[in-house]
Design a binder for this molecule. Structure first.
Ligand code: ADE
Length: 234
């Protein structure tokens, strides 16, 4: 998979060379490049923003640097890319969407700042790829950088071969619409807190049933909004 990130703070993404994402790049499963949006400006101050038409607070990102960035990143692309603009006004990013995006060949993340990007950029971008505005959730971040990092990590770990033991992907939260069951390790009693008896029993069927019940119980109490979807998945 190829991932291009466009941002006015490319150094935000330095951390993506670490750990699992670093190994995915070293092994050739992932080609990740970050780009400074200001490289596509042509004035002395490398200006990327301007005042909003119609007035209002804050500044809006100018369309032309974005168009030139997207032109450059799609010019020799072999595949029709998916162009993701993180935005609190977008569709909510979920594990299911991470899975869908993990099967694509080329993703471009466009990280907006200030009050957002000139709306015409999204229309222009749809002439170059499939455009998705995606939100991490119902809260506002300062820009798309942290949201892009979260989405990239969620997507890349689902590319076959990136996570060493694929079984660990099957049993985690959200994979079957329920939250993950609780985990314990040694010692069997720690600071007066014993591990649930059943986990020491060696009875695999009983353990599986207990874990399933824990998944349902946690989901019911912590995330009742997930229950309808999970019930229809069973
Ligand atoms: N940019 C600002 N807030 C955001 C959010 N909640 N999700 C994605 N991108 C954002």
């Amino acid at each position: 998979m190829r991932i291009d990130i466009v941002s006015i703070f490319p150094s935000y993404f330095d951390g993506l060379t670490l750990s699992l994402l670093g190994r995915a790049q070293d092994s050739g499963l992932l080609q990740l490049r970050t780009h400074d949006l200001r490289d596509w400006t042509h004035d002395r101050h490398r200006t990327v923003d301007d005042t909003p038409y119609g007035g209002g607070a804050g500044m809006v990102m100018k369309p032309e640097p974005w168009a030139q960035a997207l032109d450059a990143l799609t010019a020799n692309a072999e595949q029709h890319p998916t162009i993701i603009f993180p935005s609190p006004a977008g569709e909510v990013f979920t594990q299911e969407k991470a899975r869908e995006l993990a099967s694509t060949q080329h993703l471009i993340f466009g990280c907006g700042r200030y009050e957002g990007i000139d709306e015409r950029v999204f229309d222009y971008a749809s002439s170059l790829g499939s455009v998705r505005l995606m939100s991490l959730g119902d809260y506002v971040l300062n820009g798309g950088e942290v949201a892009s990092m979260a989405m990239i990590e969620a997507i890349v770990r689902l590319i076959p071969g990136v996570v060493g033991n694929p079984d660990s992907l099957v049993e985690e939260s959200h994979e079957d619409g329920l939250l993950e069951y609780p985990s314990y390790t040694k010692p069997s009693t720690w600071r007066d807190r014993p591990v649930p008896e059943v986990l020491l029993s060696g009875n695999h069927a009983a353990i599986a049933a207990w874990r399933r019940e824990q998944q349902w119980e946690r989901t019911r109490t912590r995330r009742p909004d997930l229950i309808d979807g999970a019930a229809s998945d069973q």
